[in-house]
Write a protein that binds this ligand. Sequence first.
Ligand code: PEP
Ligand code: MN
Length: 275
Amino acid sequence: MKIPAAAPLTLRREGQETSLVRVGDVVFGGPTVVLIGGPCAVEDRQQILDTARYVAEAGGRMLRGGAWKPRTSPYSFQGLGEEGLPLLVAAREVTGLPVVTEVLDPRDVELVAGTADMLQIGSRNIQNFPLLKEAGASGTPVLLKRGMMTTVDEWLLSAEHVLNAGGRDVVLCERGIRTFDPALRNTLDVGGVALLKTLTHLPVIVDPSHAAGDRRLVCALARAAVAAGADGLLVETHPDPSSARSDGQQSLDPDEFRELAVSCRAVARALGRDL
Ligand code: PEP
Ligand code: MN
């Protein structure tokens, strides 16, 4: 195995326990596998409130939803932007679920950190060092997604940037990498998850939705992630995926989301954990 680059704040020291990352009353890195559910994008009040309700009922512990969306095409829906933030706050008030949302621009970190419970740094920004530093300095917990072309070493060093800037609470999120095979949207690096659990003390979660790119495969990848030791799951779900403004093809409907929770809970329990 290749020795990872020097990342003293991120690497697990001999005998060091997994760090617990607290977001409100949610704990990453403990015995409970944290299920986060929500739409790719916040679309309107009804959509995010409806989603938050069924996510909470199914056992989800946090709500996701992008206000700003990094889209490959400038003609695709870019998200509601700032207007999406109060809708996430309303959903948190109704359900009690802490919210995680992506911040794309270092200039928005203060605003988003003042509203959301956790900052998502997306795949496309894994090496946006000014953004990593700003997020770390905010003191708000950070969900750091792996870039689609990022090695484990590079990912650990990006986490090191956040911690070095003063951040204490970082959760890593594997979301699939680009490989030679386009059959799935990305290739879920389950081995990378197992490896990271040994290399770093930071909790590691998995986003099976962007790895699969197809709702029919999401549950199987989620189960594999829990079996490999993931500390949580980030799953896209929408009350009506066929009308979703982004990533509908990989978004679970409410029934599928409930089934995923039941199925992954069984895997977690088989391993002495819960979900
Ligand atoms: C997302 O979570 O909706 C997203 C854009 O993910 P990623 O950054 O992993 O592509
Ligand atoms: Mn998405």
